[in-house]
Design a binder for this molecule. Structure first.
Ligand code: NI
Length: 150
C-alpha cells in the first residue's frame, strides 16, 4: 500500500500544442550597410519594396492536467491570449515598421521567434510552462526556440 502523500507527488507532465497562422511583410537588411552590401549578404530578401510570408507558428506548452478540468490549459484561452495580444500586432503588418516589440531588430525569423517567446511567455498562467515555439516562414523553413540563451 503506497501512502496517499506519496501518490500525490507524482503528476503527469503533458505537452499541448496549438498552431497559429499570420501573414506579414518584411525586408531583411542592415541599416548600417550600403544597399550593395545588403544585396550581397541578403540577396532578394533585401529588395527595397519588401516581400511577404504566410507564417505558421506552433506554440507548445506543458503542465499537469488540473484535477477540476482535466486541462493543462484551456486551448480556447491559449488561442485567445496569443491571437489578441501578439498575432494581432503581426498579421497583415510590416515587420520592419509596424510592430513595437520588433523595433530596432532585423526582422528575420530568428529574431522574430525570440521576441515571440518573450511576448507569449508573459501571457501564460504560472502553472503552465512554454516549452517550444516552431515558426514556419515557408513550408520548408522552420525556426525552433526553447527559450535558451548562451
Ligand atoms: Ni523573407
Amino acid at each position: 500500500m503506497v501512502p496517499a502523500a506519496h501518490k500525490q507527488q507524482v503528476k503527469p507532465r503533458v505537452y499541448v500544442s496549438r498552431r497559429f497562422h499570420f501573414s506579414a511583410a518584411h525586408r531583411i537588411y542592415n541599416p548600417a550597410w550600403s544597399d550593395a552590401e545588403n544585396a550581397r549578404v541578403f540577396g532578394p530578401c533585401s529588395h527595397p519594396a519588401g516581400h511577404g510570408h504566410n507564417y505558421e507558428l506552433e506554440v507548445v506548452i506543458a503542465g499537469s492536467p488540473h484535477p477540476d478540468t482535466g486541462y493543462v490549459m484551456d486551448i480556447a484561452l491559449l488561442k485567445k491570449l496569443v491571437e489578441e495580444n501578439v498575432l494581432s500586432q503581426l498579421d497583415h503588418r510590416n515587420l520592419n515598421t509596424d510592430v513595437p516589440f520588433l523595433a530596432d531588430q532585423i526582422p528575420t525569423s530568428e529574431n522574430l521567434i525570440v521576441s515571440l517567446w518573450r511576448e507569449i511567455q508573459r501571457l501564460l498562467p504560472s502553472e503552465v510552462q512554454l516549452v517550444e515555439l516552431r515558426l514556419w516562414e515557408t513550408p520548408r523553413n522552420c525556426f525552433i526556440y526553447h527559450g535558451e540563451t548562451y
